[in-house]
Design a binder for this molecule. Structure first.
Ligand SMILES: [Zn+2]
Length: 326
């Protein structure tokens, strides 16, 4: 039971009404921004191309592959950005409001932007959750959040193929004059994805079965593990918003020692301290485990690098894993 002393009671109530006031102010601000932007002069639009916004750079790359030069594309989140914790800025809200089409992961990946997507829908923006375009039978249910699905769908190439189809469909609907262009881009991209699938399977088969174990900072690789036959364990849960506890560290420490695992992995969009704490805990018990490298989980690498594309990122991850776990 919560007991609040008399003087503290008023303080608490003042704090609560401040919080309420803050959230009302926030909603009013968002609505006012949306109103101002939607009533802007349409001649201010610079280009006749479809104005498309995406969230993480993984989805920006997939949409770029289909939309190519026919769309004006902007992603809100760059390299190393954690989508679970990302809060939209005033500038982001403005970009979203001026767009023709919004693609996002959904399935609660962008956990702090859910209200904004709802607002966009309420002003009749076309918003497409690519996660929700996937065949439900292929989604993995979340262990910790009952009734929800794991949003890290891009680690199964088959699911990305379905998302690319959805991108082509949505772009065609919004911009029918470029239908043939989107179709041919999608055919080309689907072939590249098939080649990626073969690459991943061949690489993983080169690793002895008992070494196909992946320990990372958070639970981003369940789709990967299920599809390609790798046992995966994350220190934090499905969202980085949940902190790893002492028990999580102990559970994984025991597992690493038991399986004599030689490498664990940090992730480019998650601080490395938790994985280092796990490494220290293992070493205290006399077993040496290396940091096998940094994997890309929820964000691609920098633009103009191989890892700055979805296909390049996946190849890099698989190469890093296989080399370190051998
Ligand atoms: Zn994640």
């Amino acid at each position: 039971m919560l007991f609040i002393k008399n003087g503290n009671f008023h303080k608490t109530m003042r704090r609560r009404s401040k919080i309420r006031f803050k959230s009302i102010t926030c909603t009013l601000f968002l609505s006012a921004t949306l109103f101002l932007i939607s009533s802007c002069d349409p001649s201010a639009r610079k280009s006749s191309k479809l104005n498309v916004i995406t969230t993480t750079n993984i989805f920006t790359d997939i949409v770029h592959n289909i939309g190519g030069d026919s769309i004006q594309l902007q992603g809100l989140m760059g390299a190393g950005v954690d989508p679970h914790l990302y809060k939209a800025s005033e500038g982001d809200v403005s970009k979203l409001s001026q767009s023709d089409l919004i693609f996002y992961a959904g399935l609660h990946l962008e956990g702090k932007m859910v209200d904004i997507f709802e607002k966009m829908k309420s002003v009749n923006k076309t918003t497409v959750s690519l996660g929700e375009a996937i065949d439900k039978n292929l989604l993995i249910e979340s262990k910790n959040f009952g009734g929800n699905y794991d949003p890290h769908t891009w680690f199964n190439v088959k699911l990305v193929k379905q998302m690319a189809d959805q991108v082509a469909k949505s772009l065609t609907k919004a911009d029918p004059k470029s239908a043939a262009y989107y179709k041919s881009n999608n055919i080309r991209y689907q072939k590249e994805l098939d080649e990626l699938e073969i690459y991943i399977r061949t690489k993983i088969e080169s690793l002895p079965k008992e070494k196909r174990i992946l320990v990372t900072a958070h639970d981003a690789f369940s789709y990967f593990g299920k599809e390609y036959g790798v046992q995966v364990l994350g220190l934090q849960g499905i969202s980085t918003a949940t902190e790893a506890g002492v028990k999580d560290v102990q559970r994984l420490r025991d597992f690493i020692i038991e399986t004599k695992l030689n490498a664990i992995f940090i992730e480019s969009s998650v601080p490395r301290r938790n994985i280092e704490a796990l490494q220290n805990a293992v070493e205290k018990d006399g077993h040496v485990v290396q940091i096998g490298g940094s994997l890309y989980s929820d964000a691609l690498g920098s633009p103009n690098t191989d890892e700055g594309t979805y296909i390049g990122m996946f190849k890099y991850n698989v190469n890093t894993m296989v080399e370190s776990l051998k």
